[in-house]
Every structure is written in structure tokens, then in C-alpha cells.
Design a protein around this ligand. Structure first.
Ligand SMILES: Cc1ncc(COP(=O)(O)O)c(C=O)c1O
Length: 459
């Protein structure tokens, strides 16, 4: 990895220049923002859609592109925070939605499509029993409830820095306002993420570092000694909310062995890795089978959906009626029809081959740019997912992410991209998501924008 340290003053100058260019190009978004902010906090439906000084507003999407109210046509590497691996308005999905709409979209009664989706997921993720929800947050919330009922324990364990949705159980130790707050590595603090989360609820969630099985085991040993073991470990098998952080060799198997040893339910949160990285997500890719899997995002091909899979033994707490796993829109006909069409007809083996081809190109070419300019960055990715780490040292967990990632450069990269026809998810933690409708031209756009950034920053 290169040693050259970017010039701070230059990064600031370039940021101001690019921000001005964007503002000049997006007057209609600014106008809509003035209206929106009177009716919605920050002018958006979810805080994750907000942006300083104002968000851009969009009209439509087709294939790999989305279009802003200002007439920007952007290659979409944001892809709805990783939902739209099918690409926008995919003909099979459009046709499925149209047909289903004419037949009625919601009865709160079961349809055959939900059975077909459950069968496919059971085969792909090697877990026999499935239930459906409408978002990733619902999936992780219900999975944790099932694990608690199954074990009769209240505490849960998670990875520091991981995001699993916006309910109180998991809005804990996602980040720290002040780095000093996180505490020692063998005893990380349970930090509520934002206001409105009681400390007493946060204290039920115990964070441990990613890629460090011995540290996890040491914490569990202490908890076991106090007769205070958690019900479950919920984790992303590859972290997708600090860019992309892959599991080191043997880590997932070690976690599997440790959770078995202590009788803890292992939940792989595959809301981002599932569907997007392989038909069977991380379970297929790394060959480690957890006790439960949660899915959402790409499952519904652009419609709200989510799923929880589990072993027969664990899901018995639902079958027996002990746990109420419920929801008016759970398994609604529209989401189930699109999920089925996507799994059966869109996300085919050829589609994954195409994603792998595009991602390999992107990774190789971004790495080549870093090498050409002796730039302190490196690329990491799998299948549709990836990111450039603006970092000198390797990122393996939250601590190394905070220490190594150059956050100002991440913000500048977002501006360089959008001003050159590419949109990536905002924020320091996000990765790119490709769709099966992306093509070589989209990759060229990304690499060219990246090369301009690196050239200008190192000039
Ligand atoms: C790994 C993971 N789990 C759960 C969620 C929550 O999903 P949703 O936003 O659909 O509630 C997210 C959202 O980004 C996620 O990345």
C-alpha cells in the first residue's frame, strides 16, 4: 500500500469547488427542498436520505441509471442502499407487478407465491423454515425475539460498528460520537445510537470486535461465569456498513464453533449480503451455516420485504405459538410475487456471473489507479458489492476503520462521482452495489471519475 499522505488544504479546496458545481447544476432540487423542509424534517422521508446543504430529488430509474429532477442522469452505484441488484424497472419485475396488481395486492391471507419463496430460500440458505416481514429492521427484531424465546435469555451480542436496523435492540454500538467512548477492546461499551434509546435497553446488547474470535470467546467466558450468557450473536458475515470488511480466513467457522460451544443462537444478518453476493449469500460463499438468517433489501426487487429463516428446532417457538411472529403486510402478495420472479427468473447463475465480471473489473481498475498515482487506497469487494478504502492500513473491524479511513476523502469522492455521472451511497460507511443491468460503460464512468479524483488530490 502507498505511503503518500493527501494534502488536507487541497482536499478542502477541491471539496468547495465540487460542491459549488453541484449546487449550480441542481436548482430544482434546491427548490423542492425549500418546499419539503416545511413538511418533513430535513426535507426527507428518512434521515438516511438527508444531505447537507440539501438532498437531491429524483424522478425515475431505468436499468443502471437514475434521473434527478434537475435532469442529471446518473449511473446508480447507490442502488437504494443495496436493494436494487436487479436494476431499475427490470422488465420481468415490471410485468410481475402489473399482473399482480390486477389480481389484488393485499389480503393478509396467504398466497402460493410465499410458499415458493420459502422453498427457494430454504434450499439456498440451508435453513428449512421461513417467515416473512417487510424490512430488514423487522427481520432482525423478530429473529432476536425468536432467539430469546428459544434460549430463555435476554441479552444479545453484536459486532461493534455493525448496523442491523433501527429498532432499539440493535441501535447500539454502531458508532461512537467520541472514539474514547468505545472502551477497551475486551469490554466494549453498549452505546445507544442516537436519542430515544434507553440505556437500560442498550445495556442488554453486548458489542464485540469483528474478525476477533478469541476476544468474542473471552467475553462469553466472562458472561458464562456470571450466568449471564446472551441469547444470540447477530452479525453480518461480511460487514457491509463500514464499506466492505470481509471475514478473515477461518473467522466465521471459529464463530460457528464458539456459539455452538456456549449454546448461543448464531444469526447471520444477510440483509445486505444475501441475494446480492450469491443466491445463497454468505452461507453459500463461505460455507458456514448459522442457526438463523435474516434477509430484506434485494429480496423484494424494489418492494418492501424481508425474511427470517431458521432451523426446525428454533422455529418451533413460532410453530408452537410461543412467539407471535406477525404483521399485517407480512408475506403480502405483491412483494412475494416480485421476490419469486426475481429469485426464479432474474437472479440467475448468468446474472451472478455478470456481476462478478463487472466487480472484478471495477476492483482491478480502481486498484490500478491507486498504484499509478501512489495513492493511499485499496479496493475490496465481492460480487455486486465493493468499495475503495481511502486508507493506509488494512480495515478489519470498527477500530481499524476509524483509525485508517480518510473521512474527508470519502466525502470528496461522493462529490467527484456525482459531478461526473455516478451516484454512490452517501456517508463514510457505504459500499457500492452493482446491478445486473450495469454494463462496461457504467464501470468506465466510475473508474474515470475515480482517476480524476486521485489525479487531482495527488497533483
Ligand atoms: C445488515 C443490515 N441489517 C438490517 C438493516 C435494516 O434494514 P431496513 O432499513 O430495511 O430496516 C440494514 C439496513 O441498511 C442492514 O444493512
Amino acid at each position: 500500500m502507498a505511503e503518500c499522505v493527501p494534502n488536507r488544504k487541497r482536499i478542502q479546496e477541491l471539496t468547495e469547488k465540487e460542491e459549488k458545481v453541484l449546487e449550480e447544476r441542481t436548482p430544482q432540487s434546491y427548490e423542492l427542498y425549500q418546499r419539503a423542509v416545511k413538511a418533513m424534517p430535513m426535507g426527507v422521508a428518512s434521515t438516511y436520505q438527508a444531505r447537507d446543504p440539501y438532498p437531491l430529488y429524483f424522478t425515475h430509474g431505468k436499468g443502471s441509471r437514475i434521473f434527478s429532477v434537475d435532469g442529471l442522469e446518473l449511473s446508480d452505484f447507490h442502488n437504494g442502499f443495496g436493494c436494487m441488484v436487479q436494476g431499475h424497472a427490470h422488465p420481468v419485475i415490471v410485468e410481475t407487478i402489473k399482473k399482480r396488481c390486477e389480481l389484488g395486492t393485499q389480503f393478509a391471507l396467504p398466497t402460493e407465491d410465499s410458499i415458493a419463496v420459502a422453498e427457494i430460500l430454504a434450499k439456498n440458505f440451508k435453513l428449512p423454515q421461513w417467515r416473512f416481514v417487510n424490512s430488514g429492521s423487522e427481520a432482525t427484531m423478530d429473529a432476536i425475539r425468536v432467539a430469546r424465546a428459544y434460549t430463555g435469555r435476554d441479552k444479545i451480542m453484536k459486532i461493534f460498528g455493525s448496523y442491523h436496523g433501527h429498532h432499539d435492540y440493535v441501535m447500539v454500538s454502531i458508532g461512537a460520537v467520541d472514539y474514547g467512548q468505545i472502551g477497551p477492546r475486551d469490554n466494549y461499551a453498549s452505546l445507544p445510537y442516537g436519542g430515544g434509546i434507553p440505556q437500560s435497553v442498550a445495556d442488554m446488547t453486548i458489542p464485540v470486535p469483528f474478525n476477533d474470535a478469541p476476544m468474542m470467546e473471552a467475553r462469553l467466558e466472562r458472561m458464562a461465569a456470571e450466568n449471564d450468557l446472551p441469547a444470540c450473536l447477530i452479525m453480518e458475515p461480511a460487514m457491509m456498513n463500514l464499506g466492505v470488511v470481509l471475514p478473515e480466513d477461518g473467522y466465521l467457522q471459529a464463530v460457528r464453533d464458539i456459539t455452538r460451544k456456549y449454546g448461543i443462537v448464531l444469526i447471520f444478518d444477510e440483509v445486505k449480503t444475501g441475494i446480492c453476493t450469491a443466491a445463497g449469500g454468505a452461507v453459500e460463499r463461505w460455507g458456514v451455516v448459522p442457526d438463523m438468517v435474516t434477509l430484506a433489501k434485494a429480496l423484494g426487487a424494489g418492494l418492501p420485504s424481508g425474511a427470517i429463516g431458521g432451523t426446525d428446532e428454533i422455529m418451533e417457538v413460532v410453530s408452537s405459538g410461543k412467539v407471535f411472529q406477525v404483521g399485517t403486510y407480512a408475506g403480502n402478495p405483491l412483494s412475494m410475487a416480485t421476490a419469486r420472479a426475481s429469485l426464479e427468473r432474474v437472479m440467475t447463475p448468468d446474472a451472478y456471473k455478470h456481476l462478478n465480471y463487472l466487480n472484478d473489473r471495477l476492483i482491478k481498475e480502481c486498484d490500478a489507479v491507486c498504484a499509478k498515482y501512489d495513492f493511499p487506497g485499496y479496493t475490496v469487494g465481492i460480487s455486486s458489492k465493493g468499495c475503495v478504502n481511502f486508507a493506509i492500513g488494512k480495515i478489519t473491524d470498527y477500530e481499524s476503520f476509524i483509525k485508517n479511513q480518510d473521512h474527508e476523502l470519502v466525502a470528496l469522492a461522493w462529490l467527484y462521482n456525482i459531478n461526473r455521472g455516478v451516484i454512490i451511497a452517501p456517508g463514510r460507511e457505504e459500499e457500492w452495489t452493482l446491478s445486473i443491468q450495469h454494463n462496461d460503460e457504467d464501470i468506465d464512468r466510475y473508474v474515470n471519475a475515480f482517476e480524476e479524483l486521485v489525479r487531482d488530490v495527488t497533483a
